[in-house]
Write a protein of this length. Structure first.
Length: 170
């Protein structure tokens, strides 16, 4: 029987910048797709942002570790539960339409292929709270502290500005 994977304190501390990368890419790629009219660039940025969204959704929503599951999870840091709830159909689209060519995604009308930033408001809120949580830790090194402070500032602005945003997609 395989022993249940438990990350070491060193692994957890080293993973902080990895989590920062995921948050930064989610926000940065999404903002870039809003800045361009080039459909290829817009879709590439949007899909990149959605991949990082999916990773972060799982980071927050997996509240227990299976035997050999080695993904970095929010619970590894002692972060209290912050479940990311998404509207009906959004999880399925993140799981299937984004990373798989399915008949369902091909047949989906163009009007249903748009992604609404409002759908991810819980994720932005959890990311912001996670940054706040880690910034209180005295074991953070300076680079992680700077990156978390930067992300917290951006997330605070995004959470405050989310009302009224348009849908993005093909």
């Amino acid at each position: 029987m395989a022993k249940k994977f438990t990350p070491t304190e060193t692994q957890i501390r080293k993973s902080v910048l990895g989590v920062c990368y995921e948050i930064d890419q989610m926000i940065g790629a999404f903002s870039k797709c809003c800045e361009t009219t080039d459909t290829i660039i817009k879709n590439a940025c949007l899909e990149s942002s959605l991949i990082h969204t999916r990773i972060l959704r799982d980071f927050f929503n997996h509240t227990k570790r299976n035997k050999d599951y080695q993904d970095v999870l929010a619970i590894d840091f002692g972060f209290p539960e912050c479940l990311v709830t998404l509207p009906d159909g959004v999880n399925e689209r993140l799981n299937k339409d984004l990373a798989h060519l399915t008949y369902q995604s091909v047949e989906r009308p163009l009007t249903e292929k748009k992604w609404n930033p409002q759908d991810f408001k819980d994720l932005f809120k959890c990311c912001k709270e996670f940054c706040e949580f880690l910034l209180k830790k005295n074991w953070l090194d300076e680079s992680a502290r700077c990156k978390l402070s930067y992300l917290h500032k951006i997330l605070s602005q995004n959470v405050a500005e989310q009302d009224g945003q348009a849908q993005v997609g093909p």
